[in-house]
Design a protein around this ligand. Structure first.
Ligand code: TXA
Ligand code: MG
Length: 318
Protein backbone atom coordinates (compact mmCIF):
# COMPACT_ATOMS: atom_id res chain seq x y z
CA UNK A 1 0.00 0.00 0.00
CA UNK A 2 1.25 3.49 -0.85
CA UNK A 3 0.76 5.97 2.02
CA UNK A 4 -0.70 9.38 1.12
CA UNK A 5 1.00 11.96 3.35
CA UNK A 6 -0.03 15.55 3.98
CA UNK A 7 2.59 18.30 3.64
CA UNK A 8 2.48 18.99 7.40
CA UNK A 9 5.39 18.57 9.80
CA UNK A 10 4.13 15.12 10.85
CA UNK A 11 3.64 14.06 7.20
CA UNK A 12 7.12 15.31 6.29
CA UNK A 13 8.68 13.59 9.34
CA UNK A 14 7.12 10.33 8.18
CA UNK A 15 8.41 10.93 4.63
CA UNK A 16 11.94 11.65 5.91
CA UNK A 17 11.86 8.48 8.06
CA UNK A 18 10.86 6.40 5.04
CA UNK A 19 13.70 7.95 2.98
CA UNK A 20 16.16 7.10 5.79
CA UNK A 21 14.94 3.49 5.65
CA UNK A 22 15.77 3.38 1.94
CA UNK A 23 12.11 3.49 0.86
CA UNK A 24 10.74 5.58 -2.02
CA UNK A 25 8.66 8.73 -1.45
CA UNK A 26 7.10 10.81 -4.23
CA UNK A 27 6.95 14.54 -3.49
CA UNK A 28 5.88 17.74 -5.26
CA UNK A 29 8.37 20.12 -6.84
CA UNK A 30 7.44 23.27 -8.77
CA UNK A 31 8.04 21.36 -12.04
CA UNK A 32 6.56 17.86 -11.65
CA UNK A 33 6.30 15.29 -8.84
CA UNK A 34 9.61 13.54 -8.16
CA UNK A 35 10.12 9.90 -7.11
CA UNK A 36 12.60 10.38 -4.26
CA UNK A 37 15.13 7.99 -2.76
CA UNK A 38 18.33 8.46 -0.69
CA UNK A 39 20.95 9.37 -3.33
CA UNK A 40 23.74 7.82 -1.19
CA UNK A 41 22.04 4.42 -0.99
CA UNK A 42 22.60 1.91 -3.81
CA UNK A 43 19.54 -0.01 -2.65
CA UNK A 44 17.23 3.03 -2.66
CA UNK A 45 18.46 4.17 -6.08
CA UNK A 46 18.09 0.67 -7.52
CA UNK A 47 14.50 0.68 -6.23
CA UNK A 48 13.82 3.91 -8.17
CA UNK A 49 14.90 2.27 -11.44
CA UNK A 50 12.83 -0.79 -10.61
CA UNK A 51 9.66 1.15 -9.66
CA UNK A 52 9.82 3.23 -12.87
CA UNK A 53 10.85 0.35 -15.13
CA UNK A 54 13.58 2.73 -16.28
CA UNK A 55 16.53 1.77 -18.52
CA UNK A 56 19.48 1.87 -16.14
CA UNK A 57 21.68 3.86 -18.53
CA UNK A 58 19.49 6.85 -17.75
CA UNK A 59 21.02 8.80 -14.82
CA UNK A 60 18.94 10.63 -12.18
CA UNK A 61 18.73 14.23 -10.91
CA UNK A 62 19.96 14.81 -7.33
CA UNK A 63 17.91 17.31 -5.28
CA UNK A 64 19.49 19.42 -2.54
CA UNK A 65 18.08 22.32 -0.49
CA UNK A 66 20.66 24.96 -1.45
CA UNK A 67 23.80 25.88 -3.37
CA UNK A 68 26.06 25.03 -0.41
CA UNK A 69 24.80 21.43 -0.45
CA UNK A 70 25.32 21.27 -4.23
CA UNK A 71 28.94 22.38 -3.77
CA UNK A 72 29.49 19.24 -1.68
CA UNK A 73 28.49 16.99 -4.61
CA UNK A 74 29.81 18.51 -7.85
CA UNK A 75 32.54 20.91 -9.02
CA UNK A 76 31.14 24.24 -10.30
CA UNK A 77 32.61 26.39 -13.07
CA UNK A 78 32.00 30.14 -13.43
CA UNK A 79 29.02 29.83 -15.79
CA UNK A 80 27.41 27.24 -13.50
CA UNK A 81 27.84 29.54 -10.47
CA UNK A 82 26.23 32.32 -12.40
CA UNK A 83 23.24 30.21 -13.50
CA UNK A 84 22.77 28.80 -9.99
CA UNK A 85 22.91 32.31 -8.54
CA UNK A 86 20.25 33.52 -10.96
CA UNK A 87 17.85 30.55 -11.11
CA UNK A 88 18.15 28.52 -7.86
CA UNK A 89 15.97 27.62 -6.19
CA UNK A 90 14.00 26.92 -9.35
CA UNK A 91 13.42 24.74 -12.44
CA UNK A 92 17.06 24.47 -13.58
CA UNK A 93 19.31 21.36 -13.42
CA UNK A 94 23.10 21.59 -13.85
CA UNK A 95 25.22 18.63 -15.00
CA UNK A 96 28.71 19.01 -13.50
CA UNK A 97 31.74 16.84 -12.65
CA UNK A 98 31.19 14.64 -9.60
CA UNK A 99 33.41 15.37 -6.60
CA UNK A 100 35.37 12.32 -5.44
CA UNK A 101 34.03 12.85 -1.90
CA UNK A 102 30.34 13.27 -2.91
CA UNK A 103 29.31 9.89 -1.40
CA UNK A 104 26.59 9.62 -4.07
CA UNK A 105 25.66 6.10 -5.16
CA UNK A 106 27.34 5.40 -8.52
CA UNK A 107 23.91 4.21 -9.74
CA UNK A 108 22.66 7.83 -9.58
CA UNK A 109 24.97 8.95 -12.37
CA UNK A 110 24.77 5.58 -14.16
CA UNK A 111 28.56 5.38 -14.09
CA UNK A 112 29.12 8.82 -15.70
CA UNK A 113 31.80 11.13 -14.22
CA UNK A 114 29.13 13.86 -13.89
CA UNK A 115 25.96 14.32 -11.82
CA UNK A 116 22.80 16.34 -12.48
CA UNK A 117 21.97 18.59 -9.51
CA UNK A 118 18.98 20.79 -8.79
CA UNK A 119 17.66 23.01 -5.95
CA UNK A 120 13.85 22.91 -6.16
CA UNK A 121 11.82 25.97 -5.14
CA UNK A 122 8.64 24.21 -3.96
CA UNK A 123 8.21 24.78 -0.21
CA UNK A 124 7.22 21.12 0.37
CA UNK A 125 10.30 19.86 -1.50
CA UNK A 126 12.47 22.29 0.47
CA UNK A 127 10.95 21.17 3.79
CA UNK A 128 11.38 17.49 2.91
CA UNK A 129 15.02 17.92 1.85
CA UNK A 130 15.77 19.73 5.12
CA UNK A 131 13.89 17.16 7.24
CA UNK A 132 15.79 14.31 5.52
CA UNK A 133 19.14 16.12 5.67
CA UNK A 134 20.77 14.50 2.63
CA UNK A 135 20.71 14.47 -1.18
CA UNK A 136 17.56 12.95 -2.74
CA UNK A 137 17.70 11.30 -6.16
CA UNK A 138 14.39 11.93 -7.93
CA UNK A 139 13.31 11.35 -11.51
CA UNK A 140 9.76 12.29 -12.45
CA UNK A 141 7.34 10.01 -10.54
CA UNK A 142 5.88 8.16 -13.55
CA UNK A 143 6.49 4.79 -15.19
CA UNK A 144 9.35 5.24 -17.67
CA UNK A 145 8.25 6.72 -21.02
CA UNK A 146 4.80 7.81 -19.81
CA UNK A 147 3.41 11.28 -19.05
CA UNK A 148 5.06 13.09 -16.11
CA UNK A 149 2.85 13.66 -13.02
CA UNK A 150 1.80 17.16 -11.95
CA UNK A 151 -0.63 16.04 -9.21
CA UNK A 152 -0.51 13.39 -6.47
CA UNK A 153 -3.31 11.40 -8.14
CA UNK A 154 -1.21 11.20 -11.35
CA UNK A 155 1.57 9.62 -9.25
CA UNK A 156 -0.84 7.10 -7.75
CA UNK A 157 -2.31 6.26 -11.18
CA UNK A 158 1.13 5.07 -12.34
CA UNK A 159 2.96 3.89 -9.21
CA UNK A 160 0.39 2.99 -6.51
CA UNK A 161 1.59 -0.09 -4.60
CA UNK A 162 5.11 0.24 -6.07
CA UNK A 163 6.32 3.07 -3.77
CA UNK A 164 6.10 3.64 0.00
CA UNK A 165 4.40 7.05 -0.01
CA UNK A 166 3.42 10.21 -1.85
CA UNK A 167 3.34 13.64 -0.21
CA UNK A 168 0.28 15.44 -1.62
CA UNK A 169 1.20 19.08 -2.23
CA UNK A 170 -1.46 19.85 -4.85
CA UNK A 171 -0.83 20.78 -8.49
CA UNK A 172 2.68 21.77 -9.66
CA UNK A 173 2.94 25.45 -10.65
CA UNK A 174 5.39 25.15 -13.58
CA UNK A 175 4.12 21.82 -14.92
CA UNK A 176 7.16 20.98 -17.12
CA UNK A 177 10.43 19.38 -16.01
CA UNK A 178 13.49 21.49 -15.26
CA UNK A 179 15.73 22.85 -17.99
CA UNK A 180 18.97 20.79 -18.03
CA UNK A 181 22.30 22.52 -18.81
CA UNK A 182 25.61 20.67 -19.25
CA UNK A 183 29.12 21.98 -19.96
CA UNK A 184 31.51 20.73 -22.65
CA UNK A 185 33.12 23.05 -21.35
CA UNK A 186 30.78 25.72 -22.78
CA UNK A 187 27.16 25.60 -21.61
CA UNK A 188 24.90 23.33 -23.71
CA UNK A 189 21.13 22.92 -23.47
CA UNK A 190 20.54 19.22 -22.74
CA UNK A 191 16.77 19.54 -22.23
CA UNK A 192 14.46 22.56 -22.66
CA UNK A 193 12.29 23.03 -19.56
CA UNK A 194 10.89 25.37 -16.94
CA UNK A 195 13.55 28.08 -17.39
CA UNK A 196 13.28 29.39 -20.98
CA UNK A 197 16.49 29.22 -23.04
CA UNK A 198 16.18 32.98 -23.64
CA UNK A 199 16.50 33.61 -19.87
CA UNK A 200 19.65 31.44 -19.66
CA UNK A 201 21.18 33.26 -22.63
CA UNK A 202 20.40 36.65 -21.06
CA UNK A 203 22.05 35.56 -17.80
CA UNK A 204 25.21 34.24 -19.50
CA UNK A 205 25.38 36.89 -22.23
CA UNK A 206 25.56 34.21 -24.93
CA UNK A 207 23.15 31.72 -26.52
CA UNK A 208 23.37 28.08 -25.41
CA UNK A 209 24.40 25.51 -27.99
CA UNK A 210 22.47 22.29 -28.51
CA UNK A 211 24.35 19.05 -27.80
CA UNK A 212 25.37 16.65 -30.50
CA UNK A 213 22.80 13.86 -30.60
CA UNK A 214 24.00 10.32 -30.02
CA UNK A 215 21.02 7.95 -29.82
CA UNK A 216 23.19 5.11 -28.51
CA UNK A 217 24.21 7.13 -25.46
CA UNK A 218 21.44 9.54 -24.55
CA UNK A 219 22.40 12.48 -22.37
CA UNK A 220 18.86 13.27 -21.35
CA UNK A 221 15.54 11.53 -21.97
CA UNK A 222 14.77 14.47 -24.15
CA UNK A 223 17.10 12.87 -26.65
CA UNK A 224 15.19 9.61 -26.83
CA UNK A 225 12.35 9.99 -29.29
CA UNK A 226 9.22 8.49 -27.72
CA UNK A 227 8.60 9.85 -24.23
CA UNK A 228 5.73 11.50 -22.33
CA UNK A 229 3.55 9.13 -24.34
CA UNK A 230 -0.23 8.79 -23.98
CA UNK A 231 -1.81 5.51 -25.15
CA UNK A 232 -3.81 7.31 -27.88
CA UNK A 233 -2.18 8.47 -31.15
CA UNK A 234 -1.14 12.13 -31.09
CA UNK A 235 -1.22 14.47 -34.12
CA UNK A 236 0.39 17.92 -33.78
CA UNK A 237 -0.11 21.37 -35.30
CA UNK A 238 -3.75 20.89 -36.27
CA UNK A 239 -5.65 24.02 -37.27
CA UNK A 240 -9.10 22.43 -37.14
CA UNK A 241 -10.96 19.18 -36.69
CA UNK A 242 -11.24 18.57 -40.47
CA UNK A 243 -13.65 15.65 -40.20
CA UNK A 244 -11.76 13.79 -37.45
CA UNK A 245 -14.94 13.46 -35.41
CA UNK A 246 -13.89 10.86 -32.84
CA UNK A 247 -10.61 12.60 -31.96
CA UNK A 248 -10.08 14.67 -28.81
CA UNK A 249 -8.70 18.10 -29.71
CA UNK A 250 -6.44 20.03 -27.32
CA UNK A 251 -6.44 23.66 -28.45
CA UNK A 252 -4.20 26.60 -27.63
CA UNK A 253 -5.41 30.19 -27.61
CA UNK A 254 -8.76 31.79 -28.50
CA UNK A 255 -8.83 30.45 -32.09
CA UNK A 256 -9.48 26.82 -31.12
CA UNK A 257 -13.29 26.99 -30.96
CA UNK A 258 -14.64 23.45 -30.97
CA UNK A 259 -11.67 21.96 -29.11
CA UNK A 260 -12.74 19.79 -26.16
CA UNK A 261 -9.76 20.99 -24.10
CA UNK A 262 -7.55 24.09 -24.25
CA UNK A 263 -4.00 24.52 -22.91
CA UNK A 264 -4.68 28.22 -22.42
CA UNK A 265 -7.75 29.92 -23.93
CA UNK A 266 -5.91 33.25 -23.52
CA UNK A 267 -2.83 31.93 -25.38
CA UNK A 268 -0.58 32.25 -22.30
CA UNK A 269 2.49 29.95 -22.42
CA UNK A 270 2.97 29.82 -18.63
CA UNK A 271 -0.63 28.65 -18.19
CA UNK A 272 -0.22 26.19 -21.08
CA UNK A 273 2.91 24.65 -19.49
CA UNK A 274 1.13 24.22 -16.16
CA UNK A 275 -1.82 22.49 -17.88
CA UNK A 276 0.06 20.38 -20.46
CA UNK A 277 0.55 17.02 -18.72
CA UNK A 278 -2.83 17.07 -16.97
CA UNK A 279 -4.64 17.78 -20.27
CA UNK A 280 -2.67 15.08 -22.12
CA UNK A 281 -3.86 12.64 -19.44
CA UNK A 282 -7.45 13.93 -19.70
CA UNK A 283 -7.39 13.68 -23.50
CA UNK A 284 -5.95 10.15 -23.29
CA UNK A 285 -8.75 9.11 -20.92
CA UNK A 286 -11.43 10.68 -23.18
CA UNK A 287 -9.97 9.22 -26.40
CA UNK A 288 -9.33 5.69 -25.11
CA UNK A 289 -6.33 3.53 -26.10
CA UNK A 290 -7.44 3.13 -29.74
CA UNK A 291 -8.39 6.78 -30.07
CA UNK A 292 -6.59 9.82 -31.29
CA UNK A 293 -5.59 13.23 -29.89
CA UNK A 294 -5.16 16.41 -31.95
CA UNK A 295 -3.11 19.34 -30.65
CA UNK A 296 -3.04 22.92 -31.93
CA UNK A 297 0.33 24.51 -32.66
CA UNK A 298 2.11 26.35 -29.85
CA UNK A 299 4.57 29.20 -30.60
CA UNK A 300 8.25 28.15 -30.50
CA UNK A 301 9.42 30.78 -28.01
CA UNK A 302 9.92 30.99 -24.22
CA UNK A 303 8.22 28.04 -22.46
CA UNK A 304 6.72 27.12 -25.86
CA UNK A 305 10.04 25.43 -26.76
CA UNK A 306 9.75 23.03 -23.83
CA UNK A 307 6.02 22.50 -24.46
CA UNK A 308 6.73 21.63 -28.14
CA UNK A 309 9.62 19.35 -27.11
CA UNK A 310 7.27 17.33 -24.86
CA UNK A 311 4.50 17.33 -27.51
CA UNK A 312 6.89 16.06 -30.22
CA UNK A 313 7.91 13.18 -27.95
CA UNK A 314 4.26 12.42 -27.10
CA UNK A 315 3.59 12.19 -30.86
CA UNK A 316 6.78 10.27 -31.79
CA UNK A 317 6.50 6.74 -33.23
CA UNK A 318 6.77 4.13 -30.44
O1 TXA B 1 11.95 18.88 -13.10
C1 TXA B 1 12.67 17.88 -13.07
O2 TXA B 1 13.82 17.87 -13.52
C2 TXA B 1 12.09 16.62 -12.42
C3 TXA B 1 11.85 16.93 -10.94
C4 TXA B 1 11.38 15.72 -10.18
O3 TXA B 1 13.01 17.46 -10.37
N1 TXA B 1 12.97 15.50 -12.58
C5 TXA B 1 13.17 14.92 -13.78
O4 TXA B 1 14.00 13.84 -13.73
O5 TXA B 1 12.67 15.29 -14.80
P1 TXA B 1 14.13 12.77 -14.91
O6 TXA B 1 14.93 11.68 -14.32
O7 TXA B 1 12.80 12.39 -15.42
O8 TXA B 1 14.98 13.48 -15.98
C6 TXA B 1 16.32 13.85 -15.69
C7 TXA B 1 17.23 13.57 -16.80
C8 TXA B 1 17.63 12.12 -16.90
O9 TXA B 1 16.77 11.35 -17.66
C9 TXA B 1 19.00 12.15 -17.49
O10 TXA B 1 19.04 11.76 -18.82
C10 TXA B 1 19.47 13.58 -17.27
O11 TXA B 1 18.49 14.23 -16.55
N2 TXA B 1 20.71 13.45 -16.53
C11 TXA B 1 20.86 13.07 -15.25
N3 TXA B 1 22.16 12.96 -14.94
C12 TXA B 1 22.84 13.28 -16.06
C13 TXA B 1 24.23 13.35 -16.40
N4 TXA B 1 25.17 13.05 -15.50
N5 TXA B 1 24.56 13.69 -17.65
C14 TXA B 1 23.61 14.00 -18.56
N6 TXA B 1 22.28 13.94 -18.30
C15 TXA B 1 21.91 13.59 -17.08
MG1 MG C 1 10.94 11.91 -16.61
Amino acid sequence: MTEILSPTSSGLDRAATLLREGALVAFPTETVYGLGGDARSDRAVARIFEAKGRPSFNPLIVHVPDLAAAHGLVAFNDAAERLAGAFWPGPLTLVLPLRPDSRLSPLVSAGLPTAAVRVPAHPVAQALLRAFGGPVAAPSANPSGRISPTRADHVLAGLSGRIAAVVDGGACAVGLESTIVGFDPDPVLLRPGGVPAEALAACLGLPLRLPRIDAARPNAPGQLDSHYAPAARVTLNVAGRDGREGAVWIGFGPGAAGAELNLSPAGDLVEAAANLFHLLREADRMAGPEGSILVSSVPEKGLGRAINDRLRRAAAPR
